[in-house]
Design a protein around this ligand. Structure first.
Ligand SMILES: NC(=O)c1ccc[n+]([C@@H]2O[C@H](COP(=O)([O-])OP(=O)(O)OC[C@H]3O[C@@H](n4cnc5c(N)ncnc54)[C@H](OP(=O)(O)O)[C@@H]3O)[C@@H](O)[C@H]2O)c1
Length: 223
């Protein structure tokens, strides 16, 4: 990661924050953006390896905010998304469409429009890594919104790998981190932020991989 500039959208907590530490430890320049990242800059920078990271405020659902952010930061090498939409758990027939649309606006349209606006800011040899989720491949009762968003994100990743080449475009499909009732069932149990962040690092570093989805879910998809 030495000499590389990495923007992690959704890096203020969770997997994105764990990835930010790994990138920084590896010598990369880390930029973190989320709605609250700028306000939380002092606490983010107080964490190991993140003393010199820069934090920006952006709401991924607002195009003008994305444009302003990109103009401010200029060229980058890798664009990583770890933005999470609100968790909607409800039987399909009882879903509130307004909530479903908001989840799509955040996690699908957010990544979609950000990638569209950002591609010209990505240096040669750079890449985009989207986040989906294991529910896209293995649905559960009540989680149709996240299953659908994840499937759409993975398809977008494949389509853009062709259209935006030589920029590489890949997706990480994280598994469950907190759903205690699944812990016993999943072959490797629940995942940690740090474990899952490995896949994003791998996808940034491998210069011959594009259009793929890495599933980091401890085998959750199989059970
Ligand atoms: N947690 C799981 O078990 C799980 C399972 C499968 C897939 N995933 C996926 O893996 C990725 C990372 O998950 P995580 O658990 O690490 O997430 P997380 O800790 O909840 O972090 C989500 C990030 O998204 C940012 N965010 C939310 N709405 C935003 C918006 N409108 N604009 C800009 N930033 C926004 C949050 O910051 P602000 O609040 O400051 O905006 C935060 O930085 C997500 O795509 C998630 O859906 C997670």
């Amino acid at each position: 990661m030495k000499g590389k500039k990495i923007l992690i959208v959704g890096g203020s907590t969770g997997i994105g924050l764990a990835l930010a530490k790994r990138v920084s430890e590896d010598g990369g320049e880390v930029l973190i953006a989320s709605r609250s990242a700028f306000d939380k800059q002092a606490s983010i920078r107080s964490q190991p390896y993140l003393e010199s990271c820069t934090c920006y405020s952006v709401d991924i659902t607002v195009e003008s905010e994305i444009k302003n952010l990109l103009e401010k930061i200029g060229k980058i090498d890798h664009l990583i998304f770890t933005v999470k939409s609100p968790l909607i758990v409800s039987p399909f027939l009882e879903l509130d469409l307004k909530e479903v649309r908001h989840a799509f606006d955040t996690k699908f349209w957010g990544q979609y429009s950000f990638a569209k606006l950002a591609h010209e800011y990505i240096n040669d040899g750079g890449s985009i890594v989207f986040s989906s989720g294991t529910l896209g491949k293995r649905p559960y009762n009540g989680y149709s919104t996240l299953s659908t968003i994840s499937g759409a994100v993975e398809s977008l990743g494949k389509a853009l790998a062709i259209e935006l080449a030589p920029i590489r475009v890949n997706t990480v499909s994280p598994g469950f981190k907190t759903l205690k009732e699944l812990e016993e069932k999943i072959p490797l149990g629940l995942g940690s932020d740090s474990q899952i962040s490995n896949s994003y690092l791998f996808l940034m570093n491998d210069s011959y991989i594009t259009g793929t989805t890495i599933v980091s879910d401890g085998g959750a998809m199989l059970v």
